[in-house]
Design a protein around this ligand. Sequence first.
Ligand code: BG6
Ligand code: MG
Length: 219
Amino acid sequence: MLPISLCIFDLDGVIVDTAKYHFLAWRNLAKGFGYDLTEEQNEKLKGVSRIDSLDLILSWAGIEKSGEEKKLLAAKKNDEYLLLIKNITHRDLLPGVHEFLRQLISLGVKTGLGSASKNAKVILEQLGVSNLFDVIVDGNMTTKGKPNPEVFIMGAAMCLVPPNRTVVFEDAAKGVEAAKAGGMYAVGVGNESDLGEADLVIEGFEGFTYQSLIKKIAI
Ligand code: BG6
Ligand code: MG
C-alpha cells in the first residue's frame, strides 16, 4: 500500500498564480476608499475567504461598513477579479503541476482540490484540469475558513482516506496551519520564511515527484 494515498491541492498560488490577481483587485478596491494595501498585508489574505478578506482590509483601514455595503464591495472586487482571470488558459498552470498530477493518477494516488475560493470550479475548467481531481471542495461547500481544517477534512472524507495518509499542498501559512490541524502532512509551496510550519517547503512543482515527496517527508 502506498504511504500517501491522497494529495490535496490548494488552488490560488499552488496550481495557478491567481494570487497576484486577488491582490490587484483588492488593492484597487481599497484605493477606492483611500487605503493603500501593501504586499505584506496581502500575504495575510492568502487562503482567507472573500468576505473575511474584506473585513480584514476594512479593519486595517479603520473603516466601518454595514452588511449591505460589504456585500456590494465584495461583489465589486469579485467582478474585477473575474475580469482579470478571464483569459486564463491551460498555459497558466504553474510549472510541473500537470506532470505531478498525472504521475499521482498513474500511481493510483487520489487527488483533491481544497480551496477557499468560490470561483474554483470556473478556474479549473479554464485551466482544463477539472477531470484530474477525484474531489473538489471549494468555498461554496465550507462554512469555516482556513486555518480551520474543514475544507481538507471534507476532501479526505469524500475520498475515504484517513488524514495521516493525506498530504496537502499550500502556499498560505493559514492553509498549512489548517492541514496540520486536520492531522495531515503539509507541503508549503513558496518561501520557507512564510511557510515554516510545513513538513516540507518546495519552491514549485518542477521536477517534483511522488518519490521525492515520500523521501522528503520521511515516511
Ligand atoms: C483563496 C485565496 O484561495 O480564495 C484568497 O487565497 C481568496 O485570496 C479566497 O480571498 C476566496 O476566493 P474567491 O475567488 O471566492 O473570492
Ligand atoms: Mg492559496
